[in-house]
Design a binder for this molecule. Sequence first.
Ligand code: CP3
Length: 351
Amino acid sequence: MESLQNDLLLRAALGQKTERTPVWMMRQAGRILAEYRAVRQKAGSFIQLATTPELAAEVTIQPVDLLGVDAAIIFSDILVVPEAMGLPYEMEEKRGPIFPKTVHTLQDVAQLRVADPEADLGYVLEAIKITKRELNGRVPLIGFAGAPFTIFCYMTEGKGSKTFSVAKKALYTDPEFSHQLLQKITDSTIAYLKAQIAAGANLVQIFDSWAGILSPDQYYEFSLPYIRQICDAIAQTPPNVAVPQTPVTVFAKGAFFARHEIGQLNCAVVGLDWNMDIAESRALIPSKTLQGNLDPCVLYGSYKQIEAEVKKMLNAFGPERHIANLGHGVYPDTDPDKVRCFIDAVKAYSV
Ligand code: CP3
């Protein structure tokens, strides 16, 4: 068993008692730190940075040193999976990701490959290995991937969208195409997450960022079964020396209607967004650790307001089976001092 100086996150994920509540933030690597922007400038672009393992490791560790979080999350993006399947992306300044080519027919799906993590995503695995070496056991490292449905959204739509109506149209008009593409993404994601675990990730999180645009029926048909396959595959992965059983976190933003069903998955942790009532979520998901769920906009408030909101959140979750986080990624224009206030308040008030 790898020895970690701070294993609060892993013990909380596994439902064990902890001295205090662990805390980290979705999208903590990048976005808010001037120190991140300096490295990004040196790299030239987001993709250059993400594909240069030494630099990716450097920005992964920055929040541990500068913010005092209880975990690092590997600096990468969910869109590296479609790229590894044969669909490259570009990152446009201010606009976000763009796929010049999109996927619409069964022939398009047939032309994609199931990602081979060693061959196609070796730079992420290398970044994980470097990060683990440089962290030297200070805190656990979180690996991640997008949920198949969220990746499907980008592969069919080609860019971000409020409605993802191209993606949803495919679900209604061509379910066979949709299921074939979702299965290929799922097979790629399983191989990728297993490789991240073998490279040293201590916990992996599945981001279903666009879950909330689906109706419950569509969610149960087109998203949940594929997340279930991923959770089951990881649960069956033979333990490696470092990790006896790697916990999985499922974060399905906006899927308040599916909390009970998500709680039945073979995962250790369920992430909540800020729309989800904490007591109601505990009742719906009685057997898992919950992660979340402060509104990221609270960090625009005063220090006093942040402390008061953190106390309220900690009281609602209680001292066990909770990993403190925001209800979605931290917003890019958040003051790092307010972020430190959030982290410090969790540490101070959860003991
Ligand atoms: O959590 C972390 O800090 C690790 C790094 C990380 C990034 N993207 C880096 C990134 C993680 C976990 C992601 C996940 C991701 N990427 C998601 C799921 C989480 C969520 O927020 O719902 C999604 C939907 C994406 C797709 C994506 N990548 C978008 C929509 C954008 C543009 C908007 C934005 O977030 O800035 C990106 C770009 C991206 N990914 C950046 C970073 C640091 C900004 C690029 C830059 O530095 O120019």
